[in-house]
Design a protein around this ligand. Structure first.
Ligand SMILES: Cc1cc2nc3c(=O)[nH]c(=O)nc-3n(C[C@H](O)[C@H](O)[C@H](O)COP(=O)(O)O)c2cc1C
Length: 306
């Protein structure tokens, strides 16, 4: 591990030395290098680094972090192979407490690097030496690093890969699954889950497989759980029942009629947006998503719109 420090008056260098010693306790060999002595072109191939910086001015980067940061921004390196830990020094009497390490973490993350563990912080206003926070930070960093290394190696089981790609029960994933979906589409567009199911995530592939005549609904797939609602729909059944259901709805979904419904939805959204004044706040989910689709469906089914 390379511990890279940027500083104004030298505290960050001492903390970098402390971090290197603390990591030694976990059998992690660390070399301390000043950011001013480090060529950013070497960053992508550095494996794992620890970034250490203080904050100066009003939330700014200190003297030796700034040129490193500027050089990195200019070079726009692809850091997808880089893992990094982060530790900041600051003073909580400033509103911009530890701003610089957050700026640095943001920049390397944007360039594709993966943070290992949480960002550590030392607060000069605590009047405590840094060794306490450093020891605590080094412990969680070393643990997170060994977890990652294990997962990256042969000990990574099929089940743990699945959990990482689609962590269904993770509240963060449930709140916003799209970053995971994006990674799935990019790196694992056709992924075989541990139970043998193939997870297909690209639109063109889904569209292709959904229409293949050899595809059929797995027996019992909707017996339990949320899929049960789809069990008596065209989507959840095979021919001949599928064909019966499909024939009943087909007449509403000819390309010509679908064009009409698209126009209806577009008009509803357009009317709503035309009526919005500059600076006015709208409830986008309800007004733009729910209402136009609801009204369109009501018109498709010739039901009252209210
Ligand atoms: C002039 C000056 C400005 C500072 N500005 C900030 C700041 O905006 N935010 C912050 O968290 N700490 C700020 N600090 C606190 C330093 O980050 C802290 O003292 C740190 O230990 C200095 O580390 P260094 O010697 O490696 O630069 C400031 C300190 C000084 C003297």
């Amino acid at each position: 591990v390379t511990v890279l420090f940027g500083t104004e008056t030298g505290n960050a260098e001492m903390v970098a030395d402390d971090i290197a010693s603390a990591l030694g306790e976990f059998d992690i060999e660390a070399t301390v290098v000043g950011m001013e002595d480090f060529d950013v072109a070497d960053l992508a191939a550095s494996g794992t680094v620890v970034l250490v910086t203080s904050t100066y001015g009003e939330g700014e980067l200190p003297a030796t972090t700034q040129p490193f940061f500027d050089a990195m921004k200019a070079a726009e390196p692809d850091l997808t192979g880089l893992r990094f830990g982060a530790f900041g020094l600051g003073d909580s009497t400033y509103d911009t407490y530890n701003n610089a390490i957050d700026i640095l973490v943001g920049a390397v993350t944007d360039a594709g690097a993966t943070q290992v563990g949480a960002t550590g912080r030392h607060d000069a206003a605590s009047f405590q030496p840094a060794d306490g926070p450093v020891a605590e930070w080094a412990k969680q960093f070393a643990e997170a690093l060994s977890d990652r290394t294990r997962r990256g190696g042969h000990e990574m089981t099929a089940a743990s890969i699945d959990r990482e790609l689609v962590p269904w029960s993770d509240p963060e994933f449930r709140n916003n699954p799209y970053p995971w979906y994006r990674r799935l589409q990019q790196d694992h567009p056709v992924h075989k889950l541990e139970d043998g199911t193939y997870l297909v995530s690209r639109y063109a592939d889904v569209s292709h497989f959904a229409k293949l005549p050899i595809m059929s609904v797995e027996p019992g797939w909707a017996d339990a759980g949320p899929w049960a609602v789809a069990s008596d729909t065209a989507l959840g059944s095979d021919p001949p029942h599928h064909t019966v259901l499909r024939r009943q709805t087909n007449k509403w979904f000819t390309p010509k009629l679908v064009d009409g419904w698209v126009r209806t939805t577009r008009e509803l959204v357009g009317d709503l947006l035309d009526g919005v004044e500059a600076g006015q706040v709208i409830e986008a989910r309800r007004d733009l998503a729910v209402v136009p689709t609801h009204v369109t469906m009501a018109r498709v089914l010739q039901l009252p719109e209210d």
